[in-house]
Design a protein. Structure first.
Length: 423
């Protein structure tokens, strides 16, 4: 009997467990999945809680419900991987042997990495919405906030769902308009990037949308520290941005056990082959979802397409044969823009988000890189798709590889060679 061990029962780990259990013979493969708790969070829902769209209870469910029969769910905190001995140690001394290992422990916001962030203003005038606790605390503050200077801030790239801070800015603009206090709120968007987004065409569109809503862009802002008393964020080039309310995206990092195991880069992401997700250092280790260092968006959609490729390849790999399928970095992201509309971005390693229609040429019905009501309904419907289809490993009608169908590239626009990565 061979052991497939999956670390992390979040989006990627749960999909892998479901897809591989139905493919691998039970007489040959034991599958075990490890997580530190038994609560699965629908993280895209964190964005909506501060604006009262979702209740917290609507975005959490027991993990065990999504783990298929024939896969053992083990609850415990991973302490380290010992790749030389093909085993994983959990806190408390439990040892789990493996023949093949999947690392899917994601990425986590780390406010402890920026001086001053976790000071006396944390969860008072300084907030984040990348955790369950954080988004609920922010909802409490926004409910009675009288107005002032709201600074939305990204510490450093890469972050999971790189469009989420922009969505927060657009939804905040809409929220304050509907409350009738938009004239009392100044919104600033401070980012380490040189524009609103990583890719040039999308950056132009999204930057124009910030401008159109009177949201000031503060580009190239590389934060050194927060001064909680003066209520300013301070950059390495000594720019100071004052705030009354700071909504920050803290530095995102892979799990600390990855560093302890000698498996990560300086942000604890596992270096992998970007087409097969196989660890560069160990042929029987793969990293899926946000845990790897691939130059693609850290997003549930990217995890989904990468898991499809991985599961196609796995049987051949386990037999010692070369892997045939190649992951192209496909990401597919809805961007909420407020007032019941959203944009859709569809891109990969080589092709930046382009305007057009999706999934069909001319017919759509979804619109690429433009605001549409249908895109917004697509985003809200996605929660149902996530719980009922995606996590359970069921097929959804979107191609794994990015398609150029419906995409419009103007000849004057940059070629694929000019595309920058999301990292
Ligand atoms: C605010 C927000 C909005 C988002 N919006 C979107 C969106 O609209 N579309 C989209 O595609 N994506 C979105 N995402 C991103 C998406 O949620 C993640 O990319 C996706 O969940 C990544 O899956 P994963 O399996 O890699 O990691 P996760 O789903 O985070 O799972 C990692 C698992 O590992 C476990 N773990 C970690 N360390 C340990 C340890 N030491 N021991 C035991 N267990 C451990 C955790 O408990 C967790 O269950 C959003 C994320 C956020 C925060």
């Amino acid at each position: 009997m061979k052991n497939l061990l999956i670390l992390g029962a979040g989006t990627a780990g749960t999909m892998v467990a479901n897809k591989l259990r139905s493919r691998l013979p039970r007489s040959e493969w034991k599958i075990t999945i490890v997580d530190q708790d038994n609560v699965h969070h629908y993280q895209p829902g964190y964005l909506f809680i501060p604006f009262g769209v979702y209740k917290p209870s609507e975005i959490v469910k027991p993990r065990a419900r999504f783990i298929p029969k024939g896969v053992e769910l083990k609850l415990g905190v991973i302490d380290r991987v010992v790749p030389e001995e093909n085993k994983v140690l959990l806190e408390g001394g439990v040892e789990l042997p493996y023949d093949q290992l999947v690392i899917a422990t994601g990425t986590t916001p780390r406010p402890d990495q920026t001086p001053g962030l976790l000071g006396p203003e944390w969860r008072h005038s300084i907030h984040e919405f990348y955790t369950y606790e954080g988004t609920q605390a922010l909802a409490g503050t926004l409910k009675d906030w009288p107005g002032g200077r709201l600074v939305i801030h990204i510490t450093e790239m890469p972050i999971k769902c790189p469009v989420a801070p922009l969505e927060f800015a657009f939804l905040a603009d809409d929220f304050f308009k509907k409350k009738g206090i938009r004239d009392k709120v100044e919104i600033v968007y401070a980012t380490p990037l040189d524009g609103a987004f990583t890719r040039p065409i999308a950056a132009k569109t999204l930057g124009g949308m910030l401008e159109g809503r009177g949201i000031k862009l503060e580009p190239d802002f590389s934060i050194e520290r927060v001064d909680p008393e003066a209520k300013t964020i301070v950059s390495y080039d000594e720019r100071e941005v004052p705030f009354d309310l700071l909504v920050t995206i803290p530095l995102n990092m892979g799990a600390d056990y990855i560093a302890r195991s000698g498996l990560g880069d300086d942000l604890n992401y596992v270096p992998v082959d970007k087409h097969t997700l196989q660890a560069l250092a160990w042929p029987n280790i793969f990293a899926l979802g946000d845990a790897s260092d691939i130059p693609a968006s850290k997003a549930g959609s990217t995890a989904h397409f990468a898991v499809d490729v991985f599961t196609e390849n796995f049987a051949r790999h386990a037999r010692g044969e070369p892997m045939e399928k190649q992951f192209d970095g496909h990401a597919n992201c809805f961007v909420e823009s407020g007032d019941g509309r959203a944009l859709l971005l569809d891109f990969n390693y080589d092709t930046e988000p382009l305007p057009g229609t999706f999934p069909f040429a001319h017919l759509g019905p979804l619109g690429l890189l433009r605001e549409k009501r249908l895109n917004h309904w697509g985003k809200l419907m996605f929660r149902w798709v996530y719980w009922n289809m995606l996590l359970r490993g069921r097929r959804i009608p979107i191609r794994t590889e990015m398609s150029m169908t419906g995409k419009v590239r103007k000849t004057a626009e940059p070629s694929t060679a000019a595309v920058t990565s999301d990292r």
